[in-house]
Design a binder for this molecule. Structure first.
Ligand SMILES: C[S@@+](CC[C@H](N)C(=O)[O-])C[C@H]1O[C@@H](n2cnc3c(N)ncnc32)[C@H](O)[C@@H]1O
Length: 355
């Protein structure tokens, strides 16, 4: 279904991350809903119940708050956010009735004053906070969390896993900063917490991690381990009858590839040359036709829709995040194929891999 211009404007569609709009300020507006769902699903997978108390660090415009507030019992949602206007905008979207019913508490501060709420938290979440914060800020945040996290409590936080560490002292925004997994573990330990990476998905390629008290080690699950290993095992099962490597612009394009931490982000669009509709999915390979990854077609590409004068082709885009460790070390270049019932048509464009 096509959105009209008013709803696009209200939803911030087309604005860049960081622009002054309640959705755009916290990230790409096109992914606002999925980033809500991703956080809520992770928290409930980790065991969040309605009677638990939850701290949302850098709660922004209540992207996950809008799902948590209906779920949690009154008085159990706590948010820290320096940009008061953002929280107020989030509340405006939810309506005052929900706020009166669920009684959330907020502190509009930059110094992560979690312990000042005077409660013990069962869960805390910091989505896309450590991906902008300095090491001093991360330590300040973890020191605070340590003071008020219940013995069984868990902080779920994202960061951008890279080969180097940001060593500046300032918050970086809307740009991002990288940290190595080793440094994140070191910062956690320095604050007296344990640290573990989990394989929970993130639509912007960030890495999910958990922080918890040392004696809680065995209780903290990795909710996705089984799910992810099962999915990866399915990869070789893709039925391939033929690779068509001749250049054919009408099957789509592999537009860009760039690094975010240790992950490559690949983007483009794809079309089935037989049905002339968006293809089923795309497959990423190296120069030896070794299949590395795959993804479905679900990104809005109105430019392609217009070029083909086809509303269906408005959703012909794809985006895929590939960790360097998933790429065979002999790989020199990556290629993307439009998958059409066993026949793989090479998309226009290829990019070099650097390990
Ligand atoms: C990328 S947004 C993520 C917001 C929210 N966690 C979400 O998932 O939508 C980063 C947020 O951190 C907030 N922020 C900036 N400095 C902060 C600080 N020192 N402490 C807590 N939050 C901060 C920003 O205002 C912004 O709302």
């Amino acid at each position: 279904m096509e959105m009209n211009l008013t709803s696009k404007k209200e939803l911030g569609i087309g604005l860049s991350a960081g622009e002054k709009h309640y959705r755009a300020f916290v990230g790409p507006p096109e992914k606002y809903d999925i980033v809500s769902a991703m956080q809520f699903n992770l928290l409930t997978f980790l065991g969040l119940r309605e009677h638990h108390r939850l701290l949302d660090i850098g709660c922004g415009s209540l992207r996950v708050g809008r799902l948590l507030l209906p779920y949690l019992l009154p008085g159990n949602y706590f948010g820290i956010e320096p940009e008061e206007w953002l929280v107020k905008e989030g509340i405006k979207q939810l309506g005052d009735d929900l706020i009166e019913l669920k009684l959330p508490s907020f502190l509009y501060r930059t110094d992560f004053p979690a312990s000042e709420f005077g409660v013990v938290f069962d869960y805390a979440i910091a989505q896309s906070i450590f991906s902008h914060a300095s090491q001093q800020q991360i330590s300040q945040c973890l020191d605070q969390v340590k003071k008020c996290l219940a013995p069984h409590g868990i902080l779920a936080a994202t960061f951008i896993s890279g080969d180097t560490d940001y060593d500046g002292t300032e918050w970086v925004y809307p740009g991002c900063v990288d940290y190595t997994e080793k440094t994140m573990a070191k910062l956690a330990n320095a604050s007296g917490l344990e640290f573990k990476i989990i394989d929970w998905p993130h639509p912007n390629g960030q890495t999910w991690s958990l922080f918890y008290h040392k004696d809680n080690n065995n209780e903290v699950p990795d909710p996705t381990y089984k799910l992810i290993t099962d999915t990866r095992q399915q990869l070789p099962l893709i039925k391939v009858d033929q690779f068509i490597d001749e250049h054919n612009e009408s099957v789509g394009s592999f537009d860009s590839m760039h690094l975010l931490g240790r992950k490559y982000i690949l983007r483009g669009w794809s079309r089935n040359p037989i049905t002339q509709r968006p293809s089923e999915k795309v497959i990423v390979t190296n120069e030896n036709h070794q299949i590395i990854s795959q993804t479905k077609i679900d990104v809005v590409r109105e430019d392609v829709g217009q070029a083909y004068n086809s509303a269906e082709m408005n959703i012909s885009g794809w985006e895929i995040y590939i960790d360097k460790k998933e790429i065979p070390s002999s790989t020199k270049r990556l290629f993307v194929y439009s998958y059409c019932d066993g026949i793989l048509y090479k998309l226009y464009g290829e990019f070099e891999v650097k390990f």
